[in-house]
Ligand binder design. Structure first.
Ligand code: PLP
Length: 337
């Protein structure tokens, strides 16, 4: 696997730190939990989309783009990171936001990532939940082309074989760090949504024959659907890289028991996980992805899914900007006398 064969821009802060979560591990009394700080990738408060965008934006520039179009949920972290790098590269940015939770809440609709999208100068537009967002992006691109612009469409979450190269690269980075530290990784755990992160990680970890299994904690789709979309994208990513090894279904595992009522809707486990990490480790998770991912990891540790002496690496995919879109879900004490 030789990823420098692919066009890439360099704007992520890499390598991200790999650190032990000693207080959390001690409180849970199970395996040793580590955190891979992909919330610290540097772009507009960080997150996992930045690694994908290094490859996607290089591809956009190679195609002569002057505008990028992408889509996501209202509080899309991907939209925010795309807006930040687009403006730095001198590209116009259109973000199409889908109101998946049908919310009239002011913070949800204007604060958090939505505030930052606009601060970075992106044009945002809003669509009802259930809209065919890929079709809307194509229509927008058509209109821009008719105006003489050169749009480049980035799929939701940056999850294409090109975007997933960012996480194949993250897998190489993680294995190199672990080797340097003498750390044996028993499992990698992270929140999985549009599938690019898990697909890239699995492809990279299989590509270097690391034998490190990945567990994705789902935030939207049921297990069968999530695993199928990760597997499909991992196979396309492996083909794009030119891997000789086939990615197989047993290498793609998702646990979708922590979604709760639906995408972007709070769960008690998420609130507990976000609060616990903030207080035990000084680390900010988010309500939509990493909070549910960590809720899954905590619950699985409590259920004895992992053993003492094992090393579990939680990939912190970012998203803390969305905390400001959900201020009321945390039971906070307010001012004291
Ligand atoms: C997008 C996102 C994820 C999920 O990554 P996918 O590649 O879409 O599966 C996880 N955490 C955060 C904070 C995200 O923004």
């Amino acid at each position: 696997m030789h990823l420098s064969r692919f066009p890439r821009l360099r704007f992520a802060h890499l390598p991200t730190p790999l650190e032990p979560l000693d207080r959390l591990s001690e409180m849970l009394g199970g395996p040793r939990i580590w955190i891979k700080r992909d919330d610290c990738t540097g772009l507009a408060s960080g997150g996992n989309k930045t690694r994908k965008l290094e490859f996607l934006m290089a591809d956009a520039l190679q195609h002569g783009a002057d505008t990028v179009i992408t889509q996501g949920a209202t509080q899309s972290n991907h939209g925010r990171q795309t807006a930040a790098i687009a403006t730095k590269l001198g590209l116009a940015c259109h973000i199409l936001l889908e109101d998946r939770i049908n919310s009239a809440d002011r913070d949800y609709n204007y604060n958090g990532n939505v505030l930052l999208d606009q601060l970075h100068g992106a044009a945002i537009s809003k669509y009802p939940g259930g809209t065919d967002m890929a079709a809307e992006m194509e229509q927008r691109a058509e209109r821009l082309r008719a105006d003489g612009r050169k749009p480049y469409v980035i799929p939701g979450g940056g999850s294409s074989p090109v975007g997933a190269l960012g996480y194949a690269n993250a897998a190489l980075e993680l294995v190199a760090q672990a080797n340097d530290m003498g750390l044996v990784i028993d499992r990698v755990v992270h929140a999985t949504g549009s599938a690019g992160t898990q697909a890239g990680l699995v492809t990279g970890l299989v590509g270097v024959q690391s034998d490190i299994p990945v567990l994705g904690i789902g935030v939207r789709a049921p297990k069968e659907k999530q695993e199928a979309s990760v597997l499909g994208l991992a196979q396309r990513t492996a083909a794009h890289i030119g891997l000789k090894t086939e990615i197989t279904a047993d290498q793609v595992v998702a646990n979708c028991d922590y979604v709760g009522e639906g995408y972007g809707l709070p769960t008690a486990g998420m609130v507990e996980a976000v609060t616990l990490l903030a207080r035990a480790e000084g680390i900010l998770l988010d309500p939509v992805y990493s909070g549910k991912g960590m809720a899954g990891l905590i619950d699985l540790v409590r259920k004895g899914h992992f053993h003492k002496g094992q090393n579990i690496v939680f990939v912190h995919t970012g998203g803390s900007a969305a905390l400001f879109a959900y201020p009321d879900i945390f039971d906070l004490p307010g001012y004291t006398a």
